[in-house]
Unconditional design. Structure first.
Length: 477
């Protein structure tokens, strides 16, 4: 596995005063000295993929799950940002939102820089197709998170060569329709370029990844027939299948599984490339003995009781996703709901989890395809695809459902299938059910929280508005 920590850190050795005097500005030195051949582009792409590690560890999980009925905080000293997400009361100063904004635009900037360099570098046609296809995917992947979370955002398709170019560029926010147009165009081109190429692995973009993400984009924008068509292409590739053992998707060694379409690599060993899921998904107990050295969890993103009870009897996903008790140093067990997905029980160092995060997988494609079929009036034809997912979970097939019933069945299936994978907020937002579901959950549990209309979009980070006041703020914040 290539080290994701291999960023574009380009050193310049200054051996004499005369050499120093002839140097160009630093922003030019790095670009001129680096992009010389295909290997340099590959290294640049490795650095670009690296940004997804920080995005998914764990800002997207906090936003996708902690804001919903799936999880809650259970410890005494949560951060302000955690409390805001738990109560769905985000402010422009929220640290997770700042992480998402900066991570996504950093990936977009790196992708643009790669795209702008390809024509000037000697390489094979296959290499050029691969690198361009990957960079377009990464740009679209980042913009898809930005547009769903913040709405109107700046569109940047160019690589800046100097600070002056940045200052002169129009950084005002563009309408959502324009952002989605860019995303769709990028993913269509990415899929076309990557089709038929042999790629390094599932931590890289592929034709299947581009089409899967495009299907989700089409569903989000209510373009159900295009969604149906592109998701059927993924299925017809015969490149993916459901992993027979659901638990295997979330434990050590989950690399390159047959269900994985696009995954984020992590590496334990205290080398700075681990994730923090082991800590945030487990209870904040000092007397817990489930990790080497009795590492303490933090209780930041734990299953709600409603989530623990959401599974049908006999659903194999329940015991693979949620633990009911933890072993204590005394040897006894105590009831404590906690998450099991992506929890690395082999490391005793916080932030050193080595289990990969699967950002796109085949179960998602099957359920999205069922959703697209149902939305286009093909409810009966949709049932076999949701039933494939249910069969893997050990559940009986669904039959004889109306369109409305299947809509709710898919919502429920996605809730239990993708728990702790950062999907819940975005799923409910896409279907227009977010306020109904979450506000009902809050009422039933005596919580004085509500999701107001303006909170369907998150606030633009205050730090970004301080830098660029022309961004403006979303209404209500």
């Amino acid at each position: 596995m290539k080290k994701y920590s291999k960023y574009l850190l380009l050193g310049v050795l200054l051996t004499s005063c005369s050499e120093f005097l002839t140097l160009q500005p630093e922003y030019q030195i790095n670009e001129i000295a680096f992009y010389k051949n295909a290997k340099d582009v590959e290294t640049a792409l490795t650095g670009t993929y690296a940004g997804l590690q920080g995005l998914h560890d764990a800002a997207i999980v906090y936003l996708g799950d902690l804001t919903t009925d799936n999880t809650e905080i259970r410890w005494t000293s949560p951060t302000v940002a955690e409390t805001e997400f738990d109560e769905v009361n985000p402010t422009p100063a929220n640290g997770f939102l700042n992480t998402i904004w900066t991570s996504c635009f950093s990936t977009i900037s790196r992708s643009n820089n790669i795209l702008s360099r390809l024509d000037a570098i000697s390489m094979t046609d296959a290499q050029k197709r691969q690198f361009r296809g990957e960079a377009l995917f990464l740009r679209a992947y980042s913009y898809f998170y930005l547009v769903r979370i913040f709405g109107n955002v700046p569109i940047v398709e160019v690589a800046f060569r100097s600070p002056d170019e940045i200052m002169e560029f129009d950084m005002t926010r563009r309408p959502v329709t324009e952002v989605y147009s860019l995303i769709i165009n990028d993913l269509n081109e990415s899929a076309s370029l990557l089709n038929g190429l042999s790629l390094p692995g599932k931590s890289h973009a592929s034709v299947g990844a581009a089409r899967s993400l495009l299907g989700k984009v089409y569903l989000t924008t209510k373009q159900f027939e295009p969604a149906q068509n592109v998701l059927k292409q993924v299925i017809d590739q015969n490149a993916y299948t459901l992993n027979p053992d659901y638990k295997r998707l979330f434990v050590n060694g989950n690399n390159e599984l047959e269900e994985s379409i696009f995954e984020i690599k992590y590496l334990s060993g205290n080398v700075g490339e681990g994730n923090s899921f082991s800590s945030i998904f487990t209870p904040a107990r000092f007397d817990m003995a489930i990790f080497p050295g009795n590492m303490q969890g933090s209780g930041r993103v734990l299953p709600t009781r409603q989530m623990a009870n959401a599974y049908e009897p006999g659903d194999r996903r329940r015991n693979a996703s949620i633990g009911d008790s933890v072993r204590l140093v005394s040897g006894r067990f105590e009831q404590e709901l906690h998450g099991l997905k992506f929890v690395d029980f082999t490391t005793g160092i916080v932030g050193d989890g080595g289990i990969n995060f699967t950002a796109l997988r085949y179960a998602d494609v099957l359920l999205m395809y069922a959703e697209a079929l149902n939305e286009t009036g093909n409810t009966t034809q949709a049932l076999p695809f949701i039933n494939q997912v249910r069969e893997r979970a050990g559940l009986a097939p669904l039959a004889g459902l109306s369109k409305a019933q299947l809509t709710l069945a898919i919502e429920q299936e996605r809730k239990v299938e993708f728990f702790l994978e950062g999907h819940r907020w975005f799923d409910l937002l896409r279907t227009g059910r977010l306020q109904v579901v979450l506000n009902d959950y809050f009422r039933q549990n005596g919580l004085a929280f509500t999701v107001a209309d303006h909170e369907l979009l998150m606030p633009i980070p205050l730090r970004e508005i301080d830098i660029n006041p022309n961004l403006g703020q979303n209404p209500g914040y």
